[in-house]
Design a protein around this ligand. Structure first.
Ligand code: NDP
Length: 284
């Protein structure tokens, strides 16, 4: 007789549409295996109209939590009991934890970015230029602001989306923020400490595209991050590196949001290196 029941695994997964291309499963299951956890992570292709049923089903089956990706990150909130602070400010949830029958929504995207960023620089007291104002940019802007960044310049093609994010940061966090409409090559202000590409420019297969920036304004010592996970080394990062900037790729954000989710679901501190390797295999 074993002390633990041998045939009842801890259940987690992803609700998204489409779900088939999402590689998170590879890195999460690699961590489960590495740490000897009897746990599973299953990608589930869930239609928008079925989200409520999927959430109730997960609870009924004893899942300990799940990720939500497009198109469910906002819609899932109406099915939850509680939101963590940053998820509430961001207005989107990518990680749900089932705790004592209650559903708690977290946004680990921005937290994953922050963990990755902190390996090179503490955002407290720093000025930031952020390209993009979509879901990922929103999570990153809020987390940077809550972590003490003093000012964030949001550069976005769609003026309304950029202005809305700058307004959110000013209203809900202690940081200053302004929106700039992205026309022509953007010149990075000289006092910028951190530059982030949070657009989808450069994502596979468009690997030769890069943000429209006046690259002479990227200077030595600036920290330049790209959140594109595939390819991990984008042309944007190549350019920044050649100018003496400290660069951070998008794998760090992806891996660390997974590390944070696994901690929430299982209590285990997963090894990020194992997860990074699993992703590298996928993106090879
Ligand atoms: P959204 O669709 O919500 O936002 C896309 C953003 O990119 C918008 O700001 C959009 O501008 C901008 N954009 C897209 N194409 C262009 C272009 N040609 N020129 C200027 N701006 C452009 O997507 P998400 O925020 O959810 O995701 C963005 C990227 O981040 C994706 O590539 C995704 O793979 C990556 N990501 C990485 C994660 C990680 O862990 N590394 C986690 C989450 C996302 P506009 O508003 O004007 O349309």
């Amino acid at each position: 007789m074993t002390a633990t029941p041998p045939f009842l695994s801890t259940l987690t997964g992803l609700f998204a549409r489409p779900a088939a291309e999402n590689p998170t499963v590879a890195m999460i299951e690699a961590a489960y295996r590495h740490h000897g956890l009897d746990a599973r992570y299953v990608n589930c292709d869930v239609a928008p109209d079925d989200l409520g049923a999927a959430v109730r089903g997960a609870v009924a089956m004893g899942w300990v939590g799940f990720h939500c990706s497009l198109p469910h990150k906002i819609a899932v909130i109406s099915h939850l009991d509680e939101l963590a602070e940053s998820a509430e400010v961001i207005g989107a949830v990518n990680c749900v934890i089932v705790r004592d029958g209650r559903l708690v929504g977290e946004n680990t995207d921005g937290q994953g970015f922050l963990t990755s960023l902190r390996t090179t620089i503490d955002p407290r007291g720093k000025t930031v230029v952020l390209f993009g104002a979509g879901g990922a940019a929103r999570a990153i802007a809020v987390e940077l602001a809550l972590a003490g960044a003093t000012h964030i310049t949001i550069v976005n093609r769609d003026p309304a989306r950029g202005a809305e994010l700058a307004e959110l940061v000013r209203r809900r966090t202690p940081a200053g923020a302004e929106a700039r409409v992205w026309v022509g090559a953007f010149r990075i202000p000289a006092d910028t400490n951190i530059v982030v590409n949070a657009t989808s420019i450069g994502l596979f297969p468009d690997v030769h595209e890069r943000p429209n920036v006046d690259y002479t304004t990227l200077t030595e010592g600036m920290v330049v991050a790209d959140i594109i996970p595939n390819p991990p080394q984008t042309e944007f990062l190549d350019e920044a590196e050649s100018r003496g900037c400290v660069v951070l790729n998008g794998l760090g954000m992806l891996v660390n949001q997974g590390v944070i989710s696994i901690k929430h679901w299982t209590g285990v501190d997963a090894d990020p290196q194992v997860m990074r390797e699993a992703l590298r295999e996928v993106f090879r």
